[in-house]
Design a protein around this ligand. Structure first.
Ligand code: NAG
Ligand code: NAG
Ligand code: NAG
Ligand code: NAG
Ligand code: NAG
Ligand code: NAG
Ligand code: NAG
Ligand code: NAG
Length: 333
């Protein structure tokens, strides 16, 4: 709650003046246009526009001591006049701090009142009424055991129950919580398997909310996506991973670059490469008689040879240098 204390008149700051005592007002107000006041003179304080007097005295008399009595006037910012339930409307808080402004809109998009100093209704929300030993519990997002307007609380359900509804509730202007969720039993059916993969553990018939199963892939297959699938509030399983297949290299004989090293396809890469790996093929630049490399990836069983790559026949491999043995081109094409 932001109480706006506009006038705080501390008596110790009053002045004594000349031989007879005078009072000096410390705060200006539109009806104060003197700089000093005689003993017995009266001032009347008002609240600044946008603020309303809430409490305390407005009139003060300069005391024989040359001091003002303790100022007790409390000015509070005016509330948005429609801050309570606003049928078909909304309250747009631009900023929630003292002296900032809020606007109230009607549902026909016409601004009812614009730029009122924001004030919070002095409401508190009672703790949500939950049965003793409830499966639903909550914690306040702010320390303390009282909830004020716009404070929030967060709910939790005792596992394995699933929280259905909004996890957070806001203390509303009418002193009620915006919503209270419930805890329900949620089960998911036996999960289905994935292609080229398997469950890491034995699978049960039913699972409760937030229980998970984990997957692995057959040898040479690569797991993509989350390793675990979780039983969700909807009773469905969350996205499962997929197993991506290895690639055979579609040439009989060639020297390629694999993990930065030259490898003979026919000897070293007979089993192909895994999904996500890259193989670089050597291509020849005839004019400059040099060779350059072109990397191609293995994508789920597919590896496409670069267009410049020529597989060598028996004859040419006898009489000509393999591109992998040629000098590298200066700037690769
Ligand atoms: C303060 O000044 C206004 C004009 O600025 C004048 O009308 C009013 O009488 C003055 N009040 C006092 C208490 O002197
Ligand atoms: C309010 O304005 C929005 C867009 O500016 C429009 O979609 C909506 O229909 C308006 N509502 C009314 C009641 O005029
Ligand atoms: C709330 O907290 C205050 C101190 O923080 C304590 O004095 C008071 O008894 C508490 N009230 C309840 C209902 O727990
Ligand atoms: C949950 O309630 C809060 C207000 O407490 C609201 O801002 C939020 O949009 C709601 N979330 C959902 C998912 O409805
Ligand atoms: C607050 O909630 C209670 C119970 O849900 C309801 O009876 C009451 O009308 C609500 N108060 C307001 C002001 O909406
Ligand atoms: C779901 O389970 C994970 C652990 O597997 C846990 O960290 C998380 O807090 C649980 N979520 C809920 C809402 O119970
Ligand atoms: C969850 O399962 C239900 C059937 O139980 C289905 O209708 C719904 O589309 C599923 N939702 C998602 C997000 O997969
Ligand atoms: C792999 O190739 C097959 C057949 O040529 C094609 O249907 C599939 O979309 C390709 N997959 C990828 C990931 O490119």
């Amino acid at each position: 709650r932001l109480w706006a204390l506009f006038h705080v008149l501390s008596p110790s700051l009053c002045h004594s003046f000349l031989q007879h005592k005078l009072c000096v007002p410390l705060f200006s107000s539109h009806n104060l246009n003197k700089s000093v006041y005689e003993v017995g003179e009266e001032v009347e304080y008002t609240c600044r526009p946008g603020f309303i007097p809430n409490n305390g005295q407005r009139k003060y008399t300069c005391l024989p001591t040359g001091k003002w009595p303790l100022n007790t006037l409390l000015c509070l910012p005016k509330r948005c006049p429609t801050i309570g339930p606003l049928p078909n409307g909304k309250i747009d808080f631009v900023d929630l701090h003292y002296q900032t402004r809020c606007s109230c809109y009607s549902s026909n998009n016409l601004t009812l009142k614009l730029l009122f100093p924001c004030a919070f209704p002095a409401v508190t929300c009672a703790p949500p009424s939950l049965p003793e030993f409830s499966v639903l519990s909550y914690r306040r997002s702010k320390p303390g055991n009282v909830s004020h307007f716009l404070d929030t609380i967060t709910f939790e359900c005792v596992p394995p129950l699933a929280l259905i509804g909004n996890e957070t509730a806001t203390c509303m202007a009418n002193g009620n919580w915006s919503s209270i969720p419930e805890c329900r039993v949620v089960t998911c059916p036996t999960p289905t398997g994935i292609e080229n993969g398997f469950f890491e553990f034995v699978v049960r018939r039913t699972y409760h909310y937030n229980e998970s199963v984990s997957f692995a892939c057959q040898p040479n297959y690569v797991l993509e996506g989350p390793k675990h699938s979780r039983c969700e509030k909807t009773g469905n399983w969350s996205t499962k991973p997929t197993c991506k297949g290895p690639c055979k290299i579609p040439v009989k004989k060639a020297v390629v670059l694999y993990n930065g090293e030259k490898k003979r396809v026919q000897n070293d890469l007979k089993d192909g490469v895994q999904h996500g790996e890259t193989v670089s093929f050597f291509c020849k630049n005839k004019e400059k008689s040099c060779a350059y490399t072109v990397p191609v990836p293995c994508v789920d069983g597919n590896l496409t040879l670069p267009a410049c790559f020529k597989e060598r026949g028996f004859f040419s491999s006898l009489v000509k240098k393999d591109p992998s043995d040629m000098k590298p081109c200066e700037d690769q094409e």
